[in-house]
Ligand binder design. Structure first.
Ligand code: HEC
Length: 126
């Protein structure tokens, strides 16, 4: 019997599977299915939180004239913003807050989860 139909069906199945994965990447972003290891256990302020804030927030919110008069960039300032709810409110795009980082893409779910874990854990200076 001719083996061609089986080969053909195999190729079609492979193609469909490949398309499925392509679409998943487009919909959820690369790495969406990777485990979020940064938010596991006790989140370190210095090692996990600061690098996110430095990359996305400090450029506008530190120094003598922070944007919106919202100072960040030191433990005391970052903790104060966490305590008044504005840190999580802005990065999670909660209603009533300006979405941050301004003019840039929303932080990844993993970055937001990491910051939330640090806040929920008592905003340790660790
Ligand atoms: C490109 C500059 C820029 C970046 C980057 C930026 N901000 Fe802002 N931010 C502003 C400006 C300008 C304002 C004041 C206008 C407004 O509220 O939209 C502001 C306002 C705020 C406010 C007060 C808003 C409110 O609703 O009370 C908070 C809190 C804040 N930013 C936190 C952050 C955090 C956290 C990040 C990083 C995830 C960040 N910002 C990144 C420019 C920036």
């Amino acid at each position: 019997m001719n083996k061609f139909p089986y080969f053909f069906i195999g190729v079609v199945l492979l193609t469909l599977t490949a398309c499925y994965y392509d679409h998943e990447e487009i919909l959820y972003g690369a790495g969406a299915n990777q485990p979020c290891t940064d938010s596991v256990g006790t989140v370190s302020y210095a090692q996990k939180v600061v690098p996110i804030l430095r990359a996305s927030c400090y450029s506008c919110h530190s120094g003598s004239y922070p944007s919106g008069n919202q100072l960040m960039g030191t433990y005391a300032a970052d903790k104060a913003m966490a305590q008044n709810g504005k840190l999580y409110g802005t990065i999670s795009y909660a209603s009533g807050y300006s979405p941050m980082p301004k003019g840039a893409a929303k932080l990844s779910n993993c970055q937001i989860a990491t910051i939330k874990k640090w806040i929920d854990g008592g905003m340790l200076h660790n």
